[in-house]
Structures are given as structure tokens and as C-alpha cells.
Design a protein around this ligand. Structure first.
Ligand code: UFG
Length: 323
């Protein structure tokens, strides 16, 4: 298939691009490199560097690429920042996504695969989280993603644009070539590994008084390559819908730090800090729907494997990508 990947220079988009190419698809990556890195774009892909804000850029790029499917990863992805700069999130994550969906309709694209998030649910009423839970986001990040999910439902009904929206839990890990390098790093695993590399003196633990066994937040970590496999299954014709992607296992912040100590063999000093605004105590997925309906089978569900691949990448690329 010919696939148009926005955000293919970013963490998740770069590894999905790599997996698509390995599976024999051809890929056009569209990215403005604000979050992404030029050297994270697989050299086998065609690269289009363009600002989505400029009228016509997205449509022209889709028209030229003539894709069978679009995978939309390009987004701003810091929940905390969305609380102080909501405009950025509604523009980038909703308005630009809408331009892309319009281009998909205009160019007769058959499938739209969208990076959504468990942040569309807000604090859940029950665990593990299934797709039918009420969606009550508590940040502009989650709200903008939810608004675009609704666009996709209407576009499917009225323009027959099939879509798969994946609601990610905590993506982590690396492939042999591509890994996680954000210019501003807020995520737990890369921050802990920076301590192991000696680039930071300690790791901060945000909140130790949550109603969890060790008082720290629990998350469901999913290997980036498993996430990429799910995206390829999302290309199957004739399917539309929402799917959670996680492993169904929750690990606390302290458990993640312990695992990183074990894998790296380094002591990770920690400093306890107050809770971070907007962090729900526990988020754990039920991915049963992706497993039964799409045939998804995670290959690296263990936290140890997720951390080991991330560690191998960080050791090889201690300063991340050069650009
Ligand atoms: N944490 C720390 N110290 C750190 C970094 C994080 O204690 O240095 C804690 C956080 O407070 C949280 C947990 O580790 O409890 C995981 O935090 P991350 O920032 O790694 O991930 P989040 O769960 O906040 O965010 C992820 C995705 C978002 C997505 C969100 C949905 O990265 O894009 O899940 O809730 F929107």
C-alpha cells in the first residue's frame, strides 16, 4: 500500500514508518520538524517538509502522494502544556487534523488511521478501561483529540472515509534504529534513563500519596513496535472504529524506576515531589477489542523488554538525534 504518514519524524511516527517499509509498503512522510527530527525519517521514505498552517500545503502533499491510506501522528503531545497553551492544542491537534481529513476525502483516500489517546477518557470509572467508557477529558489535549474522533465518525458515515482511531496508553521502548528523543522530555522512562546515563543527577517522582499500593501513579506501558504492528493491522479494508492499545498491566512509577535500575545496572537517585496537575492515579487498558477484532498480538508485553530496548537505543544515541 501507499501510505502518507504525518509526524513520521517523531517518536511514534518514525517507528511506524520503519515497520511499514519493512512490511513492503511505500511511505511518504509529512513533517514540519518542530517536534520531529530529520534523521528520524527512514531514508527509504519520501520526505515532505511543509508547514500544515499554510493553506493548501496538506492538500497539495496528499494530492501528489496519492496514498491509499493516511496515518496521522503529527500532534502536540504534552498534557501539561495544553493547560497553559490550549490554543496551540486546538489548532495543531484539531484544525490541522481537519485539513488532513478534508484532503483525504478530496483525494479519495480509503483509510485514515489516527493517533488518539487514553486522555480522551479522563479519570475512568472502572479498570481495565474498555472503549465504551464515558469520555470526559480533563485537558485541552484530550479534548482536541476527542473532538477529532467525532469528526472521523461523521466523515465515515457521510463521506465513507473508513477510520481506525487508536487510543494509546503509555508508548515506550525503541526499535534498533529509532527511539524516543523529545526536545523537552517529560516522560518517565526516558527521564529515568537520562539519570542512568549520568545526564541528570536524579529522577523526580510526582506524587507519592496516590491511592495505589506504593503511593505512586500506575500506567500501562506498551512497546512502540507493538503499537506499530497495530497500525498496520488498522489498514485492513472495511474496518472502522476505536481501539485501546495497552498491555493490560499496570506499573507504578516506583516499579518503573526499579526496572530501569535492574536493566541498566545503575542506581537511580529519586526526589519526591508533589503531584503533577492532571495525572490520574491509575490508567490500565483493556485491549481485548484490538486483539479480537484486528488480530493484534503484542510481542513485547513485558516492562523489562520495553525498558531494555529503550536503554539500548539511549546508550547508542546518548544525545538523541543530531538535529
Ligand atoms: N512521572 C514522574 N516523573 C517524571 C515523569 C513522569 O513521576 O519525571 C510520572 C507522571 O507523573 C505519571 C507517570 O510518571 O504519573 C507517567 O508519566 P509520563 O509523562 O511518562 O506519561 P503520562 O501518563 O503522563 O502521559 C501519557 C502520554 C500522553 C498521554 C497520556 C494520557 O505520554 O501523551 O499518557 O494520560 F496523553
Amino acid at each position: 500500500m501507499n501510505v502518507f504518514v504525518t509526524g513520521g519524524a517523531g517518536y511514534i511516527g518514525s517507528i511506524c514508518t520503519e515497520e511499514l517499509l519493512n512490511a513492503g509498503h511505500s511511505v511518504t512522510v509529512y513533517d514540519n520538524l518542530t517536534e520531529g527530527h530529520r534523521s528520524a525519517v527512514d531514508p527509504r521514505a519520501t520526505f515532505v517538509f511543509a508547514e500544515p498552517e499554510v493553506e493548501g500545503n496538506i492538500l497539495n502533499a496528499v494530492r501528489q502522494a496519492k496514498p491509499d491510506a493516511i496515518m496521522h501522528f503529527a500532534a502536540s503531545a504534552q498534557v501539561g502544556e495544553s493547560m497553559t497553551n490550549p490554543k496551540k492544542y486546538f489548532h495543531n491537534n484539531l484544525v490541522n487534523a481537519l485539513k488532513l481529513a478534508d484532503a483525504a476525502v478530496e483525494c479519495g483516500v480509503k483509510k485514515f488511521v489516527f493517533s488518539s489517546t487514553c486522555a480522551t477518557y479522563g479519570p475512568p470509572d472502572r479498570m481495565p478501561m474498555t472503549e465504551d467508557l464515558p469520555q470526559r477529558p480533563i485537558s485541552p489535549y484530550g479534548e482536541a483529540k476527542l473532538m477529532f474522533e467525532k469528526v472521523l465518525v461523521w466523515y465515515q458515515q457521510l463521506y465513507q472515509l473508513d477510520f481506525i482511531a487508536f487510543r494509546y496508553f503509555n508508548a515506550a521502548g525503541a526499535s534498533e534504529t529509532f527511539g524516543e528523543h523529545h526536545r523537552i522530555e517529560t516522560h518517565l522512562i526516558p527521564n529515568v534513563l537520562m539519570v542512568a546515563l549520568g545526564q541528570k543527577t536524579h529522577c523526580e517522582i510526582f506524587g507519592t500519596d496516590y491511592p495505589t499500593p506504593d503511593g505512586t501513579c500506575i500506567r500501562d506501558y506498551i512497546h512502540i513496535r507493538d503499537l506499530a504492528q497495530a497500525h498496520m493491522l488498522g489498514l485492513q479494508p472495511g474496518k472502522s472504529g476505536f481501539y485501546n492499545l495497552g498491555n493490560g498491566d499496570g506499573y507504578s512509577v516506583r516499579q518503573v524506576i526499579d526496572t530501569c535500575e535492574k536493566i541498566t545496572g545503575k542506581k537511580i537517585p529519586t526526589v519526591e515531589k508533589p503531584r503533577r496537575a492532571g495525572d490520574p492515579p491509575r490508567l490500565v487498558a483493556s485491549a481485548g477489542k484490538a486483539i479480537t477484532e484486528l488480530g493484534w498480538k503484542p510481542k513485547f508485553p513485558k516492562l523489562e523488554d520495553i525498558v531494555s530496548t529503550a536503554w539500548a537505543w539511549h546508550v547508542k544515541h546518548p544525545n538523541g538525534y543530531p538535529d
